[in-house]
Design a binder for this molecule. Sequence first.
Ligand code: HH2
Length: 383
Amino acid sequence: MEGGEAAAAIFGERAQALEPRALLAGRSPRAVDPAAVDLVFRPGALAAAERELLAGRSGLSLGIPPPADGGGGWQRLRGAREALASAAPRSLAARLLLATHDQATARPGPPRIMGVINATPDSFSDGGLALDPARAVARGLSLVAEGAELLDVGGESTRPGAEGVAADEERRRVLPVIEGLRARTAVPISIDTTKAAVARAALEAGADLVNDVSAGRFDPGILALVAERGCGIVLMHMQGRPRDMQRAPRYVHVVAEVLAHLRERVAACLQCGIALSKIVLDPGIGFGKRLEDNLALLRGIPELRSLGRPILLGVSRKSFLGRLSGEEKPAERLGDTAAAVAAGVLYGAEILRVHDARTMSRAVRVAAAIADEKEPPLPSPRN
Ligand code: HH2
């Protein structure tokens, strides 16, 4: 399938009804057989002729999954990828399902560390530490020395309950940091902002991509800017706004809802003229999520990968880790963060946004080696 047709199929009108559910049953894409299809979707999504076509293909079984898999209301397609591919020329649904399967089972690229620089007085774990530009630049350079391959510079805290800051103040905080870093490192720099005016100034000062936790919803001008500059963009899911997002987050099925939201935001980007290849997706851990939502989203990364874009994961020091471990001080949540980062890598996340690059790059290296299916040679009996 052509890239353009895959994008049209995945982001087109029928995509919602054919949304994959329980894809790969929460298993790591690194541990599944890409030749074996196993997809669950809404039953109404297939026209009778398509149902017949798929059910009639040798080796493809079309049934209702058992309740544990979300049965009753969902349909499950299993069989060889080859059989689905042979139905694809005659059915749009088969093409969509094939694209979904291929995207989700493609091996993720090597995981990379994104180091966080908060030029803010009030960030939840390190507010005030990098308010002075010289200290922020020094912090960025040490993150790079410790293994960060990207840097994310922000001038507005998005912690729960945070009130926004004006664009002028945000620019004043981030521009000297971006200029200072640009003069000293070639590592890609992202600007963590929801405002087009701040993003524009940051890109002019040397930033390479935009990290928008509102995915272009708070200031739609940001999408036009990204299209104009041809730069990359991170689209993150958030329910509500930072000031109220943790008051009463609610989902019926969090993974399906986040997937549908990200699908809609990708479609908005494509409509603005942003190339699909420039987009990175992020489930927004801690942004309008309960503990169980954050955990389900970590396990749901394989489903989110069905949109065919790399997944960025921001678990670092967040409060859901403290809920699990009992550690109240965010800066002390190093082991907690390493465990969540490792799980993210195993589920297929490709960019890990962290505050502690040294420890997390080690966690990433170990997790990536475990995820790599190549078996190490058995030790010889004499060793
Ligand atoms: N988390 C924070 C900020 N920006 N961007 C993306 N894409 N994903 C995230 O998970 C994410 C993010 C919150 O962390 P931090 O920047 O350390 O805190 P604060 O918002 O208080 O400055």
